[in-house]
Write a protein that binds this ligand. Structure first.
Ligand SMILES: Nc1ncnc2c1ncn2[C@@H]1O[C@H](COP(=O)(O)OP(=O)(O)OP(=O)(O)O)[C@@H](O)[C@H]1O
Ligand SMILES: [Mg+2]
Length: 381
């Protein structure tokens, strides 16, 4: 790393706005003592894309952001911004801006000064600093609080100041590390929409870290699910939710039910799988998978339909079940269900917007579950 510059320098060239950069991470690895934090991570964030890194605590999300920001040197791999190798570039040259969970504002400075700081560090003329800092504060709707100190603001407002400061530096790549996790649920929802709007308006290439899958699903263009320093799957939220690569990914993005079975028969556009609760038909394409192959079926709670009346015997994917407990969650009811009339029924979670049954603990309700073949996904693993 280069030593920090202490000599005064000529003003940097005029700022350009709205020019999105591409970020490429190629085989990045990082080890701390014997612990592998990042294991050959490769991904590309397209210009202007809002890309999420999602995964449980300790999977390497912050470490990867720090590598991109230049706060941590990878042991292996390359990082490129617009094709330029920045792997060994000092932090201040990279033009990345990071926003932390803890806001990291200067308490003794006003809101305006906190935002202006990013511009002063770049030796901009005073008039431009004032204009640009106020413009950024307007973008996050805090121009009227320019003279306040951070302590006089709410958590959500402080995080918006941190965002304004990051944007003011005109970064080529914005890095957000769990920016909303200190806020309450309603503010999180509001502010995530705001972040999405700001990134869109500025056309900013953004790498956003969270372990909150709802946040990622709501605003991500694409996301990567990480586990133990590796990427498990990468895609749009819809793709990854509907076609998870494995059980881990399926579970991480929401509730999921699994059924083990063997491929019994493969037709042109569907496959029949023999499971402990009976045959289940799926429209997942299984090219080159011979009958007899062991597979896992993934069924989301919200695609299961509950039938209470005597069920038509001809329906596809009709499973006898027992609702053992219904829990009202406000926006929906979640049922704990045991599927199959066997010694070892399979536990399922079923979600209903308008509940057809309500089971109290100790008095289960006999039903049938129906799942459309298009809603049964065969995991590729
Ligand atoms: N400076 C460090 N020294 C030693 N080990 C570290 C260091 N930084 C991170 N690690 C380890 O590397 C792994 C990844 O850490 P990292 O902070 O990237 O996880 P994370 O995905 O951001 O988790 P969280 O969701 O809890 O913030 C962890 O096992 C962590 O203990
Ligand atoms: Mg972290």
């Amino acid at each position: 790393m280069e030593p920090l510059r202490t000599r005064p320098r000529a003003p940097s060239p005029p700022m350009r706005f709205g020019m999105a950069s591409s970020l490429t991470i190629e085989g990045v690895g990082k080890r701390f003592a014997h612990r592998i934090a990042l294991d050959a991570i490769s991904l590309t964030v397209e210009p202007g894309e809002l890309f999420f890194l999602l995964g449980p605590s300790g999977c390497g999300k912050t470490t990867l952001l720090r590598c991109v920001a230049g706060l941590c040197r990878p042991d292996a791999g390359r990082i490129r911004l617009d094709g330029t190798d920045i792997t060994n570039q000092p932090t201040h040259r990279r033009r990345t801006a990071m926003v932390f969970q803890s806001y990291a504002l200067w308490p003794h400075m006003t809101v305006f000064e906190n935002v202006a700081l990013a511009l002063r560090a770049r030796h901009r003329p005073a008039g431009e600093i004032r204009r640009r800092a106020m413009e950024m504060l307007e973008r996050v709707r805090l121009a009227d609080r320019a003279d306040a100190r951070p302590a006089e603001l709410s958590g959500g407002q402080q995080q918006r100041v941190a965002l304004a400061r990051a944007l003011a530096a005109d970064p080529r790549c914005l890095l957000l590390d769990e920016p909303l996790s200190n806020l309450d649920a309603q503010l999180r929802t509001e502010l995530r929409g705001e972040i999405r709007r700001l990134c869109r308006e500025a056309g900013l290439t953004t790498l956003y870290v969270t372990h909150d899958q709802k946040e990622a699903m709501a605003i991500a263009d694409r996301l990567a699910v990480l586990r133990d320093g590796r990427i498990e799957q990468c895609g749009t939220p819809e793709e990854v939710y509907a076609r998870p690569a494995n059980r881990f990914v399926a579970r991480f993005l929401g509730a999921a039910n699994f059924l083990e079975g063997h491929v019994a028969e493969r037709a042109e556009s569907s496959v029949r799988v023999e499971t402990p609760v009976g045959p289940v038909v799926s429209t997942t394409r299984l090219d080159g998978v011979p009958p007899g192959t062991h597979v896992t079926l993934c069924i989301r709670p919200e695609v299961c339909r509950i039938l209470t009346a005597a069920a038509p015997t001809s329906a596809e994917n009709l499973m006898p079940a027992l609702v053992v407990r219904s829990t009202w969650l406000g926006e929906m009811v979640r049922h704990d269900v045991l599927v199959g009339e066997t010694e070892a029924p399979v536990p399922f979670e079923v979600a209903e917007l308008r509940p057809t049954v309500r089971a109290r603990e100790g008095s289960p309700v006999r039903v049938h579950l129906v799942v459309a073949p298009a809603d049964v996904f065969v995991l590729p693993e």
